[in-house]
Design a protein around this ligand. Structure first.
Ligand SMILES: Nc1ncnc2c1ncn2[C@@H]1O[C@H](COP(=O)(O)OP(=O)(O)O)[C@@H](O)[C@H]1O
Ligand SMILES: [Mg+2]
Length: 265
């Protein structure tokens, strides 16, 4: 879906010595089907930006439109019918004591009123199996396993599946692979790409991994000092290398950017 944000300001601890003006009049729009990656230093306000879109943080000033509808005053719950989120911590996306099947059923039920009869349950089980098989993580036979018994990567893969099951209008990913080991992170990123493409989702992904920011999505923005400092199109970022992106960041911010991918290399 189309997203438009105008003049977004966010200030924490306003009027105190610790006043922190994090977002300073952001104007941003993205077209339906765009997959935008966001980078920026620690504390640049990336999560604050996403929280403002999801509504967990009321906007100090500014407006937000989804497909032309002004949703600035809509509650988190109301927005959640259209916007799904995946966080860094795999524990946040799933209910630990419930089984894989129960978690998926909850995701499917989101926004629906009626409960599931036995017939529906059986049908859903087959559907969940089929969905899990597509992850290629051998999770299709784990429907009865408690989520808490799965690895972080497996949980994050299921969280992604849950976040896309109802085909949200917008999916917000906040460093959702940052807590995973490098190999699992690649698996989950590839899965992210696949689910976004297959469901033709509009997506917004925060990452501290420059390589991922370049490789995935069709647009890259850089947040710095409360503003969007760099906004690259798909073709502009297509041939970009990580050192070039770091250089671009330094040129625009005068600061060095930490990059885990480089530190690990
Ligand atoms: N709820 C809050 N209360 C006070 N300060 C906050 C709150 N949330 C974030 N901040 C501060 O705002 C700045 C931006 O935070 P955040 O959006 O989480 O950055 P990023 O995700 O880019 O690392 C940081 O300095 C952070 O400490
Ligand atoms: Mg953050």
């Amino acid at each position: 879906m189309q997203l438009k944000i105008t003049d977004l300001h966010q200030t924490f601890e306003k009027g105190t010595v610790n006043e922190n003006h994090v977002l300073k009049g952001i104007d941003f729009s993205m077209a339906a089907g765009e997959f935008v990656t966001i980078i920026g230093g620690n504390g640049a306000g990336k999560s604050t930006f996403l929280n403002s879109i999801a509504g967990t943080l009321p906007m100090e000033t500014g407006s937000i439109f989804l497909n032309g509808e002004n949703i600035t005053k809509h509650s988190v719950t109301k927005r959640a019918k259209k916007i799904s989120r995946v966080f860094q911590d795999p524990k946040l996306g799933t209910a630990v004591r419930l089984t894989v099947e129960e978690n998926l059923a909850l995701a499917l039920k989101r926004g629906q009123r009626r409960g599931f009869g036995a017939g529906v349950k059986k049908k859903n089980r087959a559907f969940f199996k089929e969905q899990l098989a597509q992850l290629n993580l051998n999770l299709e036979n784990r429907l009865d396993s408690e989520i808490g018994l799965l690895s972080g990567g497996q949980r994050q893969a299921i969280t992604l599946l849950m976040a896309t099951l109802q085909r949200p209008e917008l999916i917000l990913l906040d460093e959702h692979t940052a807590a995973l080991d490098p190999k699992t992170s690649i698996t989950v990123m590839e899965l992210t790409k696949k689910l976004i493409a297959e469901n033709q989702l509009t997506a917004f992904m925060v990452t501290h991994n420059m390589e991922d920011a370049i490789r995935y999505g069709n647009r890259l923005i850089m947040l710095h000092q409360g503003q969007i400092a760099v906004d690259l199109t798909e073709s502009e970022k297509a041939d970009l290398t990580v050192p070039q992106l770091m250089e671009l960041f330094q040129k625009n911010s005068g600061e060095k950017l930490q990059d885990d991918a480089l530190l690990l290399a």
